[in-house]
Design a protein. Structure first.
Length: 156
């Protein structure tokens, strides 16, 4: 959800999470990020019609703020291709239920969301957007209770 925090508020966000998390705890932060080379500046279609409160910042910016707040970065996983597929499914389902959607909302809203999701799927497919899950830890005297590997997380 960190795409709704905004670059200006990242330090405050991670500091607050740090305060709320118990020592030794872990925090999974998931969100959409821009790439460093495609970090958009200024208003866009999405800003105006879909997410007026959203701001996509590069992963490196978010990770830096998390570390400055005291977090240890334990793992980062990209779900870019997964989200491109998810958006393709959402567009197909939206189109399959177009008449129902138009009854609930209106033609303009239908078109805005169809365009937004199709364009987003394309940007994810081209690696112009990414969806990351960052696993952050609040260590206790350098010790973290998190499992050592991803495989250890999923063991019975």
């Amino acid at each position: 959800m960190f795409e709704h925090v905004g670059e200006e508020h990242l330090a405050e966000y991670f500091s607050r999470v740090w305060q709320l998390l118990r020592t030794g705890g872990t925090f999974l932060n998931s969100g959409i990020a821009a790439t460093v080379t495609d970090h958009r500046q200024g208003p866009s279609f999405i800003d105006r019609y879909v997410f007026p409160d959203g701001e996509l910042v590069p992963l490196s910016t978010s990770l830096g703020e998390a570390e400055r707040s005291g977090f240890e970065v334990r793992d980062v996983e990209s779900l870019r291709e997964h989200y491109a597929l998810t958006l393709h499914h959402w567009v197909r389902r939206l189109e399959a239920h177009a008449e129902e959607v138009r009854r609930i909302a209106d033609e303009t809203t239908y078109r805005i969301w169809r365009l937004y999701m199709a364009a987003s799927a394309h940007r994810f497919a081209l690696n112009r957007l990414n969806l990351y899950q960052m696993l952050l830890a609040k260590p206790s005297h350098g010790q973290c209770s998190a499992p050592l590997t991803r495989a250890d997380w999923y063991r019975d």
